[in-house]
Ligand binder design. Structure first.
Ligand code: C2E
Ligand code: CA
Ligand code: CA
Length: 743
């Protein structure tokens, strides 16, 4: 007999069909399916008659008929959702039914289906073990199964089946939620996560995805974070304001009542948010959710709410890490990422990076207040963004420093500076702002994004030092120069620490007697590999970096100590000249450092001479004069180095309590045999005489220069003619040699 189905409660008990008519899933689930397996046709009809109008929890029964164990096997292979099998033990064989049971449980692995064994003869009862092992619900002889008995047995079996299925469904549902959670974790950004949550919720219900997920803060309007299916078009929009579409009532209820709200055609999930905003999701339903599904949705909603909170937090962190809160522009960190990407990409050769620094912003800020300053910065950000081409990157990388990155045809001074011609209007006040630009063509740059930014900054500094409201392009040479300076600064610091610095001493002579009267201490740097770095190169770096303060103190102490040693060796009328740079001299601790050096070494101050430059005396002359007076109180002498190269006025010079002038080497070199001498050297010597100052000429290289200087009345001289700078030990020997010579 072919497989057949009996329509529910039909008058015709046996309607034979080749195949069960295709039924919608929802309808099929609506009936409890009972399979009758018996080779006795009467049993089929009596059973359907007995149970035909049974109705459990609003669901009727539907029968599937098999007339042999073999046919039952065949049917079970594709039938689904069979709740109960009413099975005859004895069919083709005496134990055909028991074999079928084994087949159902072990081969088909149908664990849910409830099995009720029926037999005509009590002797064919299965073993107790089989009842347990094969999960047989009931065993009854056919005579036992009165209509009522059959009814209660099947009812109990269906109830048991339903419970098993429910547990199973909820386990599967929870699994899905766990899986959904894992899948959602991989999504970044609130939008992606929300979209994923909608799809997962629909999948959990086995329904097509159509719905939306909204966020609502304290305000009335809700923002549609993600939407799918019928709602797709409103993603990113607002709901519930005057102009926008209204918030669907179900969603509004979920948000108001802070709970999930179910309807026949939709469900609204409430997703509690921690960050002051709440989320709610609306899902369209093609059939109402079952009780189990509703409970699963509770768990799902709780999970998604936590997940949403986390992604929101993450995206806030991301915002905070990569965007400037004031201007909403990318910040320095983000700009460097973009720069790195540009440098690695094909746009590199055409791209220019431009720093835009607002002139005098600090003053504006101080004068008009920080709130005003903030508004001004925001206004500049808006103008840069609105007026420049959209494909350019505009960032804010520091207080008043903005940055524009993009194609060189658009990023250039003529494209950016005019944006500052129009004044800004803040709180009804017009403010005129100008800007200075530092630019780097990325093609001319070979480093990381951070380096490119440094280069732009170097160009900016150059632009500012040269002319306000201008611009400057970075060149490779500038970079090399500056990097070399930085390298040298580090090298010098460690050189000082590891005693690579030492002093050389160059004797100063009395031109009349040709006797040494003193020496100038000159700093030397011999690197670990024996190379000398000229002081003209490293001293400016020591000054620029402030290292000169410590180095200068060391020079002072070392030279004083050497003076004391020379005196002990018998050179009593001997002066030690020590160079002091501007940074050192103007340092607040200088006076103390000097006093300590004198006291600690025991050097007699009147044999110590400090060489300072002319230009030092010219800057802030009043503080300089006051400072000089204090220095002189220690008893040391003061010489003006490189005299004649600066522009000191005579009246000025008279106010300084000086002891000596040093004629710069350049004016000594000018002295040639042809004329009587250099007019400048002559002038300095004259000046010294008039002011009652001693004069020393430096850089004397030949006898002729020495004679001319002597004839002009210059008392002292220093230069290669007499001696080159030499180490402390050599100087002692040299001085002894000189003394022997005259003895
Ligand atoms: P300066 O104070 O004008 O020193 C004189 C420079 O002329 C020295 O160069 C010296 O070696 C050089 N010189 C001496 N005689 C002759 C000569 O006959 N012909 C020529 N061509 N050169 C001669 P140096 O030692 O290279 O020092 C250069 C500059 O470095 C010094 O110029 C001084 O400004 C600075 N300096 C040296 N030592 C110190 C120091 O301890 N402290 C500070 N602050 N500056 C120093
Ligand atoms: Ca000097
Ligand atoms: Ca000099």
């Amino acid at each position: 007999m072919p497989p057949s189905s009996t329509p529910i409660g039909g008058q015709d008990e046996l309607v034979f069909l080749d195949e069960p008519p295709p039924q919608p899933a929802a309808a099929r689930r609506a009936a409890w399916r009972v399979m009758i397996v018996d080779d006795d046709e009467d049993v089929h009809s009596t059973t359907t008659f007995a149970l035909g109008n049974l109705d459990m929890q609003g669901r009727p029964l539907e029968f599937v008929h098999a007339y042999s164990a073999a046919q039952a096997r065949e049917l079970l292979a594709h039938e689904q959702d069979i709740a109960v099998v009413l099975l005859d033990v004895v069919m083709e064989q005496d134990d055909a039914g028991l074999h079928l049971v084994r087949h159902i449980r072990e081969t088909l692995k149908l664990a849910d289906v409830r099995i009720i064994l029926r037999t005509g003869q009590p002797g064919y009862a299965p073993e107790i073990d089989a009842i347990r092992d094969f999960d047989i619900n009931d065993y009854k002889t056919k005579s036992e199964l009165t209509r009522i008995k059959l009814y209660t047995t099947v009812t109990a079996a269906i109830r048991s089946y339903e419970q098993i299925r429910r547990i199973d469904d909820s386990r599967r549902g929870l699994n899905r939620i766990v899986e959904a959670g894992t899948a959602l974790m991989a999504l970044h950004g609130v939008r992606d996560f929300a979209g994923g949550a909608l799809l997962q919720a629909a999948a959990l219900l086995g329904q097509p995805a159509s719905g939306m997920l909204c966020a609502r803060g304290d305000g009335a309007a809700a923002h549609v974070v993600a939407a799918c299916g019928a709602w797709r078009a409103i993603e990113g929009g607002q709901l519930g304001t005057d102009t926008e579409p209204a918030l669907p009532p179900l969603l509004a209820r979920a948000l108001a009542e802070r709970r999930n709200v179910h309807a026949n055609d939709a469900v609204a999930l409430y997703l509690a948010g921690k960050t002051g905003r709440s989320f709610a999701a609306l899902l369209d339903l093609v059939r109402p959710a079952t009780e189990l599904e509703e409970r699963l949705l509770e768990v799902f909603a709780a999970n998604v709410a936590v997940g949403l909170d986390n992604v929101e937090l993450l995206s806030h962190l991301h915002e905070a890490a990569f965007y400037d809160t004031l201007s909403k522009l990318p910040n320095r960190t983000r700009l460097i990422e973009i720069l790195d990407a540009t440098l690695a990409g094909p746009a590199r050769d055409e791209a220019t990076l431009c720093l835009v620094d607002l002139d005098h912003f600090a003053e504006t800020n101080d004068a008009l207040g920080h709130a005003f300053g903030d508004q001004l910065l925001a206004a500049v950000a808006v103008r840069l963004q609105n007026c420049l081409a959209r494909q350019l990157t505009v960032a804010r990388i520091g207080g008043d420093i903005f940055c524009v990155l993009g194609d060189s045809s658009q990023v250039h001074p003529a494209g950016i500076l005019p944006l500052f011609q129009e004044p800004f209007v803040i709180e009804g006040q017009t403010v005129q702002v100008s800007a200075t630009l530092g630019l780097v063509r990325l093609a001319e740059h070979d480093g990381s994004g951070t380096d490119a930014l440094k280069d732009a900054d170097i160009a900016l500094k150059r632009a500012k030092s040269q002319q306000r409201a201008g611009h400057f392009y970075f060149t490779r040479n500038m970079g090399v120069e500056i990097r070399e300076r930085v390298r040298m600064m580090h090298a010098l610091r460690s050189a000082f620490g590891s005693h690579e610095l030492f002093l050389a001493y160059q004797p100063q002579m009395d031109l009349a007697t040709r006797r040494p009267v003193g020496a100038e201490a000159l700093l030397r740097w011999r690197t670990a590999d024996g190379k000398f770095v000229p002081p003209d190169r490293f001293i400016p770096i020591a000054e620029y970096s402030g290292l000169i303060v410590d180095i200068g103190e060391w020079v002072l102490r070392t030279a004083c100590a050497e003076l004391v040693r020379l005196r002990a060796a018998g050179h009593h009328d001997f002066t030690m000249s020590i160079n002091v740079s501007q940074v050192q001299f103007r340092h607040p601790q200088f006076l103390q450092v000097l006093r300590r050096a004198l006291a600690d070494t025991g050097a007699p101050p009147r044999y110590v001479e400090l060489e300072i430059t002319e230009s030092m005396a010219m800057e802030e002359p009043e503080t300089f004069i006051a400072m000089l007076a204090q220095v002189k109180e220690t008893g040391v002498h003061i010489a003006i180095d490189d005299f004649g190269t600066g522009f000191s006025s005579l009246s000025h010079l008279q106010r300084l309590r000086l002891d000596r002038l040093k004629i710069d080497r350049a004016f000594v070199t000018e002295i040639t045999g042809s004329s009587r001498g250099s007019s400048i050297a002559e002038m300095v010597i004259q000046l010294g005489r008039n002011l009652g100052l001693s004069v020393v000429a430096e850089g004397v290289e030949d006898e002729m220069q020495a004679r001319v200087l002597h004839n002009l009345g210059c008392p002292l001289a220093q230069g290669y003619l007499f001696a080159r700078p030499m180490g402390a030990g050599e100087l002692s020997d040299w001085l002894s040699g000189q003394a022997r010579l005259r003895a």
